[in-house]
Ligand binder design. Structure first.
Ligand code: NDP
Length: 460
């Protein structure tokens, strides 16, 4: 053996880095292998660069809205290349900060792909070194899945490439109806592209509350994004002035870029999982228990590679809990219920807890409170857009079991409202708080009238 460590982490993304640092803090000798850039999906080609592009895209509305507030501006001009260069510089800075933090924590970082040879041995493919590890943590994340092989799939990009396009596409077609599809639809539209969103189901954002889905869809359409549902992309062909996309109903469109945001697949291939006996769950992720332990006693897995709740803060929490459990002597299971989440679409979504549909399945009595209104800032701006707030309440206990917000700063709001929901606050607790006026968030504490109330009929 060339090295011996207490913990070997495969993947220096959000979950792996957190686990490595916390474990090292407990005194463990830790080595992390990363084959690409330190920071993982979130920092390098996910949440962070995405949010920077979202900020960029939102200026187009700001410029327009300023006129109603008395500002006169020359026609704003946008330079995609400058945005991408500035974004790349910021990502490089963050990556360097991640490396520094690992060094400070005395974690050894190796730039190599790693492969498990048996439950206690990892091979560094870059130089062939073998590492003996008492514990192995797999934190390799996930990668875009482009779906079935169709004609012309080689012309299709994923979100990975969208961050590095040479030019802003004048016309883009995005397939998918999830987080990434709606976020990038808003980004490209805000920056000036013509956007067509193609989704195979009835309505975008399956799994979100139906009112939220409908509200977002109508707001996106109002902004000028073409949303085509119940269709898939069947073929993509290079033509003289772009790419010709054929849909399942045989309609076709010529665009400059085609992006698929059709989900992500856990990175499990060529890791040596079979050799070690690590089992895969039906979800396609590595099977783990509540402490993130795999079917092999000393091998753990956290983050998207386990395909549980695929969000950065969840991976971080899982990585931290793993380190507490294995190296801190404090067995810590991660609670995956009531995870607040934001979708940085335009407008933004912030949600936590149960949708109305799920609440009605699970609870005997459900009360719904909701409102839709034009945010105050839009009055002078003259923009036709509405915000939406909804509380799903357990009618028997009064507990707020779901909170759904569509509108500016919904992500910020749901982080705070999430504390109350997680603390099991009741609707009466919400109402007991005096409103902050004039804000949009005050709707959370001023929803007086039940929109609808459901009661399950007693079984005969
Ligand atoms: P999602 O799982 O959210 O959405 C995938 C979409 O693609 C769904 O609408 C799905 O349809 C559709 N789809 C899947 N397979 C096909 C196919 N073969 N043909 C046509 N359509 C298909 O994945 P994303 O790629 O958008 O994002 C991956 C994950 O990353 C998210 O689930 C989320 O956990 C995370 N993420 C979080 C963000 C945030 O926190 N703001 C931002 C971006 C990503 P259907 O609904 O019918 O299954």
């Amino acid at each position: 053996m060339d090295h011996h460590v207490d913990l070997f982490v495969i993947g220096a993304g959000s979950g792996g880095v957190r686990a490595a640092r916390i474990a090292a803090g407990y005194g463990a000798r830790v080595m992390v292998a990363e084959e690409y850039r330190v920071g993982g999906t979130c920092v390098i080609r996910g949440c962070v660069p995405k949010k920077l592009l979202v900020y960029a895209a939102r200026f187009s509305d700001e410029f327009e809205d300023a006129a109603g507030y008395g500002w006169t501006l020359d026609k704003p001009a946008f330079e995609w290349a400058k945005l991408i260069a500035n974004k790349d510089r910021e990502i490089a800075r963050l990556e360097a900060a991640y490396v520094t933090n690992l060094e400070r924590a005395k974690v050894t970082l190796v730039r190599s792909r790693a492969k498990i040879e048996d439950a206690n041995t990892v091979c560094l493919l870059a130089n062939g070194d073998r590492v003996r590890a008492d514990t192995i943590l797999i934190a390799t994340g996930a990668a875009p899945a482009l779906g079935a092989e169709i004609a012309g799939l080689q012309h299709v990009i994923s979100s990975n490439e969208a961050f590095h396009l040479k030019d802003l596409p004048a016309r883009i077609l995005i397939q998918g109806g999830g987080y990434i599809a709606v976020e990038f639809a808003g980004i490209f539209h805000g920056l000036g592209s013509q956007v067509i969103l193609v989704y195979r189901g009835e309505n975008i954002l399956r799994g979100f509350d139906d009112d939220v889905r409908e509200h977002l869809r109508s707001e996106m359409a109002k902004r000028g994004i073409t949303i085509i549902t119940k269709q898939t992309v069947d073929a993509v062909e290079k033509v003289e002035h772009g790419l010709c996309v054929e849909l399942s109903d045989r309609k076709s469109f010529v665009v400059d870029q085609v992006m698929f945001a059709t989900g992500r697949r856990p990175n499990i291939s060529d890791l040596g999982l079979d050799a070690a006996g690590v089992q895969i769950a039906k979800t396609g992720g590595i099977a783990v228990d509540e402490f993130s332990r795999t079917s092999v006693a000393n091998i753990y897995a956290v983050g998207d590679v386990t395909n549980r709740v695929n969000l950065t803060p969840v991976a971080i929490r899982e990585g931290h809990a793993f380190a507490d459990t294995v190296f801190g002597g404090r067995p810590t299971a991660v609670d995956h219920t009531d995870v607040p989440t934001a979708v940085f679409s335009e407008p933004e979504l912030g949600v936590i807890g149960l949708t109305e549909a799920v609440a009605r399945e699970r609870l005997a009595k459900v009360d719904i409170y909701k409102t839709s209104f034009r945010p105050m800032k839009m009055s002078l701006a003259g923009r036709d857009t509405r915000a939406f707030f909804k509380l799903v309440v357990d009618g028997e206990t009064g507990r707020v079991v779901g909170c759904h917000i569509v509108g500016p700063d919904a992500g910020e709001m749901i982080q705070l409202a999430g504390i109350a929901v997680k603390m099991k606050a009741t609707k009466a607790d919400f109402d007991n708080v005096i409103a902050v006026h004039p804000t949009a968030a005050e709707e959370l504490v001023t929803l007086r009238e039940k929109a609808v109330s459901y009661q399950r009929e007693a079984a005969e």
